[in-house]
Design a protein around this ligand. Sequence first.
Ligand code: AMP
Length: 610
Amino acid sequence: MPHDTPLIATLVGAFVLAFVFGALAQRLRLSPLVGYLLAGVMAGPFTPGFVADQHIAVELAEVGIILLMFGVGLHFSLRDLLSVKAIAVPGAVLQIGVATLMGMGLAYAMGWSLGGGIVFGLALSVASTVVLLRALQERRMIESEQGRIAVGWLIVEDLAMVLALVLLPAVSGALGGKSVEVGAAGAWFGPMDVWTTLGVTLGKVAGFVIFMLVIGRRVIPLVMHWVAHVGSRELFRLAVLAIALGVAFGSAKLFGVSFALGAFFAGMVLSESPLSHRAAEETLPLRDAFAVLFFVSVGMLVDPTIILTNPLPLLATLAIVLVGKSLAAYLLVRVFGYSKLTAFTISASLAQIGEFSFILVALGVSLELLPKEGRDLILAAAIFSIVANPFFFLILDRFRTKVAAKAAKAVDQPAEPVPVPTLPVTEKSDHTVIVGYGRVGRLVADGLKAAGLPLLVIEDQEDRVEELRASGFEVIDANAASPAAITAANVEGAKRLILAIPDGFEASGVLKKARAVNPQIEIIARAHTDAEVDRLRQTGANFIIMGEREVARGMLGHVLKEEEEASPTVAGPTPPPEAGSVVAEAGPETAPEATGAAPDAQRSDTAADA
Ligand code: AMP
């Protein structure tokens, strides 16, 4: 029966096996990725039992890639993309060059042709979109500077692969492979030489970008706004899917760019719209499910016997992917003057290979450039490097925590000549220092000012600093993690420090510095995850407010109060449960003060958000 319905059989088989093995991996405290890959090996043709359709599985995985890249595009403006071009373009190009050379070296050692070496090297040089984005998303790093560089890097790699895929057939004959009549642009242009192919491809990519920026940028948000006003949730969801998949597919067909690139641009032209958040949410469940299929499809392609038949070449291939490539990326990013953390993030992100490599090797084998053995090596290296990738990120996480405080200062500013600004020291003492004047800090600062308490604000975003000055606040225009800011704010002589920034790890870096100069100061911090709460508690915060719990508390309190007013006999004065704000050593009187402002605060919070 499954033969009649290969799509359903593959979809169901992949989801069920991925779930079973993913859950098993979770139980064994392994990354679920290992489970998904294993599920793929199980569903693949090299193991007995159920065999899913490889082509269908790969296509389904492509849907996951489209939705992932669309989601990333939604968080990316053109400005963000351009802001990283100075590092992403030369970085990616050089890294591809270095990795390709390493791959060619290995291919030479194995006695393959030059063409085989080039395909092999290129396949080793490009990272998998899915693996990279998932790792960054898990850590909410996409929107950080490091995340942006990594995504920019990915886009450049993607473009390079688009070029490689159209150029390979054109040069195949010259490299000792099969000569093909090249018509990258189909029958329009007839047979073309390499330069024409290159020119036409670049022209089409440029045409695509211009089309998206000029027409897509106007039409897509317009359509979305219209649908949003129609008020049908279902239609909105459909619109998001239709745009993401439609643009990806259309641009691949019309302009010859990859699905991923098409989807990224579709997301990017929507990113400035206030609807982008909703659009992102609507695609989340599908995106996650299909991204899992990606890992299953990788597992399916791998012939596990390669470990026994070719252990040494496999080790060498892995060494290039895991060590050679990441080292090259690390050095490149450092040479461009970025911090160790950024360099580490990029190299951890790139220490794996995936879908592009598969497409390349498939083409290489069909052009008779690459021996079949090369394809098996690449596939096996992909599975191992994907399994290994979470460990790289684990090390990165450790490193991130360690440099959290330092990072805030050095984060990704290329070494500009603006270091150590000597800031004028405040005359205030016994005052409150607020760090961050965003959605949270703003309400706290305004409240304290209204109450007539002495305070000052540390803020590093220029427009906010100006706003603060205009409203008559004393501001220290600096990153709170810098020693200069701590001194200028006279933390040593302050009564209280309020860390109103969203990143709890960064806040704990500031906290440590403040504690070092003033052991008595009362420190109130903001957190969004349990890990941040733990970290802040360890570093000595007196009072930690976890945003999500307070929101829940506010909602519950509101409902209970409403119910009580409606029928006073029913509820009685049930106070909302203690939502878990953590008090480490603080006097209890700080609690009501801090949470008392919550209902109002939340209301304006949402207003400011929208
Ligand atoms: P929100 O998440 O809306 O509450 O905004 C947080 C605010 O804190 C923003 O205005 C940021 O510019 C500011 N901010 C974040 N980190 C720091 C830091 N290390 N030093 C100073 N200001 C910061």
